[in-house]
Design a protein around this ligand. Structure first.
Ligand SMILES: Nc1nc2c(ncn2[C@@H]2O[C@H](COP(=O)(O)OP(=O)(O)OP(=O)(O)O)[C@@H](O)[C@H]2O)c(=O)[nH]1
Ligand SMILES: [Mg+2]
Length: 628
């Protein structure tokens, strides 16, 4: 560790001190949101300091106390702690997601939405790959006679059969309720169509609100169908202005500033692409650690009311009901195509706990209660759904969907107990509780090109220069903790997604510097851009180190098609190293400056070549190339 590092460290320690002051200040004012944000910045700094200390024991004396904010490193990466236990302990979740009810059960009236929880095991889901989790929470409304079930009940039957293979591809996690009210049905059907239009899914935060609701269609009906909002807006962890940060006045909370996936048009190749250095100023902080999180899902409670009167039409209606449900379900997969949810960039908008909607009680005159609405949880493309160590779903394409939890079956109404010797039964049975699950979400970024480099090499700066993505840029390592995806547009409408991967350091494959959490984002990038920082001595060693880390992490990863990019040639000492770098590497490196925009055209051209090569290779092997 050089003198400069120590200076950096001291500077960061000062920053931390300042952050702590801010946190205390906000704490005293009761501003918890700000508190959390600053705590996360502080935590990021501490992670960095810990890394430095790891490589130099002398630094230990400089290090502050460990962060208080809890963050655990889960099996696949970072996870939010406290989800599983805490969730279960709340114990007030009452919902049975109405998975498919056999026709007979539909006949029955249901009673009481008991908050009794039972954890249902669902092994059938484990093999299904999708992009979203659906929590279908609710039971079927019970009504002895006929049901009004609409789309909400579509996925139900499959679930009850354990054939949860219907995790059709859409980009949501949805939760369906069994017996829900008419309003629920409406909502559910809206969700369905939304799966194609992509306009009516619930944001994670709004879903949380719904999850807290009690049973009853009335509650559900009051809930607005939240229009789609980009996940960044839902995140409270975006920061504006580095200047503000350093100025110590106050921290901005700009949300748009760090929109990690945005677009900028370029002509096809050299030519006149527009470089926009002006955008450089609005730097932002992205401190979200929710790259992989644990989540708790529950189906809605099936709640059924006792049905005392009326048996007319019972059997015949049931039959209709079931017939409607199953065909509908089969049509489910067809809807996956239309729904593209690439606007969600991270898991930060996904809450740690969800509860599905309850179905409606059965009613008089053989009426079933309506099914609970489907609760959709939007996740970014590339989300893995795990239960324990088992991967249940890989939601790697826009529109993929996964059913996270299903509702319980409805109860039997009094009509079910009708017998020759009892023409007016008053008996009924309650609906079943919904499924409870603790799932672990892990994001593995999907993009065409992965920007791989040491911390501070200028990856984020480069992504800002070639796309409208706005990852944070700062003069110290580990500024980026979550990958950002930027889209490079060409004149022929070709779009190439480039991911800014957090910095990789030596020993990353052994998880130094959160290496494992970062390296996994490279896995799904078919080609790579190794970014070398020319401003440091012996820059050629960076490429070897990076390749070594990639190879140790995943054999063959470093052998993917790549190009070497040498950054910061605007600095004289950096430019002077260029010939030596080329000689040492034995291959061409694209020398450019992310800061001034010098020679970006060559990179864009090369990017296109790599992309075309990828498309050709995939087609040659009968595979579908990654499309953005
Ligand atoms: N002179 C010069 N400085 C640059 C250039 N590109 C980036 N920088 C500076 O290098 C520092 C690091 O830039 P970042 O873009 O944050 O680097 P990064 O690779 O994303 O860093 P991490 O997120 O920590 O991995 C910042 O101070 C940038 O202003 C360049 O082309 N020329
Ligand atoms: Mg960065």
């Amino acid at each position: 560790m050089g003198h400069g590092d120590i200076c950096d460290t001291r500077q960061m320690l000062d920053e931390n001190h300042h952050l702590i002051q801010c946190i205390l200040d906000y704490q005293s004012k009761g501003k918890t949101a700000e508190c959390t944000q600053y705590q996360q910045i502080l935590h990021r700094n501490l992670v960095y300091l810990a890394t430095i200390a790891d490589s130099n024991q002398n630094m230990q004396s400089l290090l502050p106390a460990p962060p208080t904010q809890s963050m655990t490193l889960g099996p696949g990466g970072l996870s939010q702690s406290g989800s599983a236990q805490g969730l279960h302990s709340q114990g007030s979740l009452s919902d049975a997601i109405g998975a498919g009810l056999p026709p007979s059960s539909l006949m029955q009236a249901q009673i009481g939405n008991g908050p009794n929880h039972v954890s249902l095991q669902q092994t059938a889901q484990s093999t299904l790959p999708t992009t979203s989790m659906s929590m279908s929470g609710s039971g079927h409304g019970s009504g002895p006679g006929y049901s009004h079930s609409g789309p909400a009940s579509q996925s139900v039957p499959l679930q009850s059969q354990g054939a949860i293979s219907n995790y059709v591809s859409r980009a949501n996690i949805n939760m369906q309720s069994n017996p829900v009210s008419m309003m629920h049905q409406q909502a559910a059907s809206s969700h369905y169509s939304a799966a194609q239009g992509g306009s009516q899914h619930y944001q994670g935060q709004s879903m949380a609100m719904m999850g807290q609701s009690g049973q009853g269609g009335g509650v559900m009906g009051q809930r607005p169908m939240a229009p789609y909002r980009p996940s960044q807006q839902g995140s409270s962890q975006q920061y504006l202005g580095q200047e503000e940060y350093y100025g110590g006045e106050q921290y901005g909370h700009g949300q748009a500033a760090s929109e990690p996936m945005s677009q900028q048009y370029y002509p096809d190749g050299h030519g006149d692409y527009a470089y926009q250095p002006a955008s450089y100023t609005d730097q932002s902080y992205d401190r979200s650690f929710e790259d992989s999180t644990q989540h708790y899902y529950e189906g809605g409670n099936s709640q059924y009311s006792q049905q005392q009167t009326g048996y007319q039409q019972g059997t015949a209606q049931q039959q209709t009901y079931s017939q409607q449900q199953y065909p509908n379900q089969q049509s489910y997969p067809g809807q996956q195509q239309g729904y593209v949810d690439q606007q969600v960039k991270s898991l930060s908008s996904v809450l740690s706990r969800y509860q599905g909607f309850d179905g409606e009680d059965g009613g008089r005159k053989n009426c079933f209660g309506r099914n609970g609405a489907v609760l959709y949880i939007r996740v970014p493309v590339g989300t893995l759904v795990k239960e324990g160590n088992e991967v249940l779903a890989d939601l790697s394409r826009p529109g993929d969907e996964f059913i996270a939890a299903v509702g319980g079956t409805g109860g039997k109404g009094n009509r079910f107990f009708l017998a020759n010797d009892n023409r007016a039964p008053t008996t009924c049975t309650p609906g079943q509780p919904g499924q409870e699950r603790v799932l672990f979400l892990e994001l593995k970024t999907v993009a065409h090109a992965g920007l791989v480099g040491f911390p501070n090499a200028g990856k984020s700066s480069l992504l800002r220069a070639i796309s409208n993505a706005r990852p944070a840029v700062a003069a110290y390592p580990f500024t980026t903790l979550n990958p950002h995806v930027g889209i490079v547009h060409y004149e022929d409408h070709q779009q190439i997604a480039v991911a800014d991967i957090p910095g990789i350091i030596r020993g990353a494959h052994q998880n130094r510097g959160l290496g494992l959490a970062f390296l996994r984002h490279i896995e799904r990038c078919p080609f790579l851009l190794f970014l070398v920082d020319l401003s440091v001595p012996e820059p050629w060693t960076q490429l070897d180190d990076l390749k070594y880390e990639l190879e140790q992490y995943d054999e063959g990863l470093s052998k993917r098609p790549y190009t070497v990019v040498a950054n910061k040639i605007d600095l004289p000492q950096a430019r002077a190293r260029l010939p030596q770098l080329q000689a040492r590497l034995g291959q061409e490196a694209i020398a450019l400056s992310a800061a001034t925009g010098e020679n970006l055209e060559e990179l864009l051209l090369r990017l296109k070549e790599l992309h075309d090569h990828h498309v050709a290779t995939e087609l040659e092997h009968g595979r579908q190339p990654l499309r953005w």
